[in-house]
Design a protein. Sequence first.
Length: 337
Amino acid sequence: MTAPPNMEDVARAAGVHRTTVSRALRNDSHVIPAKRERIQQIARELGYCPNPLISALMTQRAERAAGSGVKAVIGYVLRTAANVTTSFALRKIEFSKQHAEERGYRLDAFVLRDDAGLRRIEDILKARGIRALCLGHASKPYERLRWQWENFTAVAMGRSLIVPRLHRVATDNYRDMINLLRHVRRHGYRKIGFCGHSNVLKGVEDLWPAALRAFQHRHPELRFSVLEAKGDMGREFGPWFRRVKPEVVISPSPVVERIMLREGIAVPQEAGFATLGCREEDPRLSGIVTSERALAAAGIDLLIAMLHRNERGIPVHPMTISIEGIWREGTTMRQVR
């Protein structure tokens, strides 16, 4: 059996030293781009694949030689609306911080309240030498971030960053909605109301309404009514509910159940309620539970893997890692048929 090509074979074919090959394959900026691309092309043509165990060992040696105890600093940028409490945001950050520390990295968080802060943060990150970046999911989509992305190794959390398209980790919004609707149908509900704020729907790329349409196509006996709130959900919900009279209300936000109770709607006796935003620590609500810890861990692990590969800038083929939630029965739905 012919032995697989090694780094020496690549160096010999390229006419360079083995160290230059090693740097080129790690996208080291000390190797000029033209030479780097030529060496990588030769490696591909020879069928060279690095030994993952040796790569891991060399990474550990380099980290020990640094002597700081911290492999790198990760910046976590999260924009929240000015009127939104920070408890939920801080919990997301804390889970990411814990996982980063378990991997030997430090995480510095930057919680922003306005677009002006978002514009300034790029300069702050550069000044602090932070090149690894997590962009947290925002309640309002980022639309476009015109940063010098070639300076950063970056991962987006969620779907709220529209441009540029980075690698990202997100809740599997489409499959979660299909899962929720299956359980709603099994409980016998036929008149289904869905309500969500337009900003929230835009932030998940309209995947929830798409799932609603697909499910209704497969189950034509179901009747759907949709409230896409433009302003205050509390004001818009009551008139909509009294007009369409749904048997069950589903929503991304668990807050809608409180609005139902404030409107004098008995849950689940008068109308059931299920949410796509169940919290792990609250077993009362029926709906989908997404593990925030799993999302945070996947995002940090993806970012660290990119750092090891020395990947920077906007990827040519951006990928999405989707994390599915789990159905929880709760007590806010009942069997009606």
